[in-house]
Design a protein around this ligand. Structure first.
Ligand SMILES: [Zn+2]
Length: 239
């Protein structure tokens, strides 16, 4: 019997905190092109390695549309068909499933045991993903600070490079605008956004800071080049 996403919620609700750990793996340079074929290869590779389940469904969501479930083998092709838009594909798997590969496994044991929620974000067209949306935006043209309402997408937010973000009419400038996180830390916009991201949600933080699985790391490097990792600890699980 196929296992679907519905299996997730009752089990997650039993966890003591109800909070999860999310790790964002992103290309370390927002200017580096990441093509849809590269991302489709990465997602197919994760299926072939057994990180994802080939037998279960994958949910595809295109920004502005309704999420749709499809058989996993069809999902790399669906990613490829997302030219010009922001898309995500996501699947929840469990480390105790037969043949499942945990990229954070240590000495062959899952770390930690439990669910993995994998989501690959593919930004084609004028939008970029902000994995950790800033609370405020500081425009480099007029120096004003604002709190723009950025559209949510998956667990992040979207930045449209062709729409003014500030009341002065200035378009977002990745090299000179700055974003302020809830923590108060301020970063250049280019350090906050990305053209692609793989998020991995787990019940708690794995012991390894970087992916210990060499084959999964290699797949990721082929698609993203060098990567940065952002951590979101003790956050509510993805919807
Ligand atoms: Zn401005």
């Amino acid at each position: 019997m196929p296992v679907t996403r519905e299996r997730v919620d009752p089990q997650r609700d039993q966890s003591e905190l109800g909070l999860v750990h999310r790790r964002w793996l992103v290309p370390d340079d927002v200017r580096r092109p990441v093509s849809l074929p590269q991302l489709a290869r990465l997602w197919r590779g994760l299926i072939e390695l057994g990180v994802l389940s080939a037998r279960d469904e994958v949910r595809l969501h295109r920004f502005g549309g309704q999420p749709a479930d499809m058989p996993a083998p069809a999902s790399p092709g669906a990613l490829l068909a997302g030219a010009g838009s922001a898309s995500l594909v996501t699947q929840v798997v469990w480390t105790d499933e037969e043949g499942r590969r945990d990229p954070y496994a240590l000495e062959g044991e899952p770390d930690p045991e439990g669910f993995r929620d994998y989501t690959l974000y593919a930004m084609d067209g004028p939008r970029l993903l902000l994995p950790i949306p800033p609370a405020a935006w500081i425009c480099s043209r007029c120096q004003k600070r604002s709190a723009p309402e950025l559209p949510r997408f998956g667990e992040g937010a979207l930045l449209d490079l062709e729409t003014p973000l500030c009341a002065c009419g200035g378009m977002p400038d990745l090299e000179t605008d700055r974003g302020e996180l809830r923590s108060g830390a301020i970063f250049l916009a280019q350090e906050l956004c990305c053209r692609a991201a793989l998020s991995i949600e787990l019940p708690r933080a794995p012991q390894s800071e970087e992916l210990p699985d060499a084959r999964v790391s290699e797949l990721l490097r082929e698609a993203f080049g060098s990567t940065d990792e952002l951590e979101d600890d003790e956050v509510p699980p993805a919807e």
